[in-house]
Design a protein around this ligand. Structure first.
Ligand SMILES: Nc1ncnc2c1ncn2[C@@H]1O[C@H](COP(=O)(O)OP(=O)(O)OP(=O)(O)O)[C@@H](O)[C@H]1O
Ligand SMILES: [Mg+2]
Length: 404
């Protein structure tokens, strides 16, 4: 579809979205590797903890079955006391806690009642995490009773499970900050280029314009020149060049705003445009509640905005159709200008792209017109501009909101 062709001469838009996908792809890859590796570690640690608890149960069973406990101290120290991380509760056969290890909440409890309550809660959690282990108590080979060992994952294992989430959040936050800094520095760089180019252009135009003005004066004084029409036309062109210079010099410096009659500024711009476009383009301007509406404008820049939007409209209608401009008083302190055309419209998916530099569907388009328009309205006038609505083959309406 022709509407999706980005301009090849200014391909910033396409490259930027490619770069975003590469960054996203690399981040997803890093995240998957990280989750996979953490899962492997969690699995290894879990099986180690399960083995430790199995040994714990065997030790308890072994100790209980020994008549002579003299050499048991060593085993007890090595296996039971050395467990400083896995929370364990040993109960009798009806589930009454007999002893516990590594549950800080139990150690902090003051009263036996409090202690019991905590142990009960812990037992429930433990039961939901792992099957308890059975310890068979024997005396002289005869079974005399049973005990159960309940346990849960060590805090290290629990923390390791959350590690990918923490790690991904940190990567995410870092990525977001990097993206913002990148965007900010890019915007600042673009800003410098715009301002620098505009200043330089205004400066360069200044000398030949002064010279042209002097030539016009010279010709005016020439009595031999019979066709005075030439001078009138020349003066108009010089005036136009002066206006272009003033636009560039306004873009290149901090522009001043003044309260101006919106209708009159737009009407002047349209009068100029009308002479330069096909007579098949009909312009209408309406103003509500009356044509005295004022807004804070930098006139040369605002004229440039209207000119750019109307030129796009003329292109979209292939030089045949209507451009209807409505100026309305919105809520207190705001004036809106709607510019509607009867052109080919913009596909919904393309609307977010039209303000990006370099986006153009025209053979000779630079894709800079609307970027400039947005910049003038938002940065210099502190207003807003957006596509109010657009329908394919019916037309498009742009809305500008200004402060009055
Ligand atoms: N009124 C409109 N109707 C349909 N499409 C539009 C309209 N206005 C803008 N567009 C689309 O938005 C694109 C970008 O517009 P923009 O003014 O930024 O660049 P351009 O007109 O292509 O080139 P330049 O203005 O730099 O000469 C256009 O190429 C066109 O596809
Ligand atoms: Mg344009």
């Amino acid at each position: 579809m022709a509407g999706t062709k980005p301009n090849t001469s200014l391909n910033l838009y396409k490259n930027r979205s490619k770069f975003k996908w590469v960054v996203l792809g690399v981040s997803v890859f890093i995240s998957l590797v990280s989750i996979y590796y953490t899962n492997v570690l969690v699995g290894q640690l879990k099986s180690r903890e399960e083995k430790h608890i199995g040994l714990y149960a065997s030790t308890l069973e072994y100790i209980a079955n020994q008549q002579n406990n003299s050499d048991m101290n060593f085993v007890f120290e090595e296996i039971i006391v050395s467990n400083k991380s896995i929370p364990v509760i040993v109960t009798d056969e009806i589930g009454k806690p007999l002893q516990s290890r590594n549950i800080p909440k139990v150690d902090r409890a003051v009263t036996p009642k409090e202690k019991n309550k905590i142990l009960k809660e812990e037992l429930e959690i433990m039961e939901s995490e792992h099957e308890p282990l059975l310890v068979t108590l024997r005396t002289d080979g005869n079974i005399t009773g049973y005990q159960f060992i309940y346990y849960r994952n060590s805090s290290l294992l629990a923390q390791l499970k959350y590690y990918p989430v923490v790690q991904l959040s940190i990567i995410g936050i870092f990525g977001m900050i990097a993206f913002l800094v990148f965007n900010y520095s890019k915007a600042a760089e673009q800003n410098r280029v715009w301002v620098g180019m505009a200043k330089e252009t205004a400066h360069q135009l200044g000398t030949p314009i002064s010279s042209l003005m002097a030539w016009v004066e010279y010709l005016k004084a020439d009595e031999n020149l019979t066709d005075k029409e030439i001078i009138v036309e020349l003066e108009k062109d010089v005036e136009r060049l002066n206006m272009i210079t003033s636009r560039f010099s306004n873009i290149g410096s901090e522009p001043t705003l003044e309260s101006a009659n919106v209708y009159r500024v737009i009407d002047d711009t349209i009068a100029y445009l009308k002479r330069r476009v096909s007579t098949k383009v009909i312009f209408t301007i309406r103003c509500f509640p009356n044509d005295e509406l004022e807004a804070n404008l930098n006139i040369p820049l605002f004229e440039w905005v209207i000119e750019n939007i109307c030129k796009n409209a003329v292109d979209a209608m292939s030089g045949d159709g209507q451009i209807n401009i409505s100026i309305l008083k919105a809520n207190e302190g705001h004036v809106v200008v709607d510019i509607a055309d009867t052109g080919k419209g913009i596909a919904k998916s393309m609307i977010p792209k039209i303000f990006q530099p370099g986006y153009s569907t025209k053979k000779r388009g630079w894709g800079l017109g609307l970027t400039l328009v947005k910049r003038i309205i938002e940065n210099y006038h502190k207003g807003k501009i957006y596509v109010k609505d657009s329908e394919l083959n019916k037309g498009t309406t742009f809305r500008i909101s200004l402060r009055s």
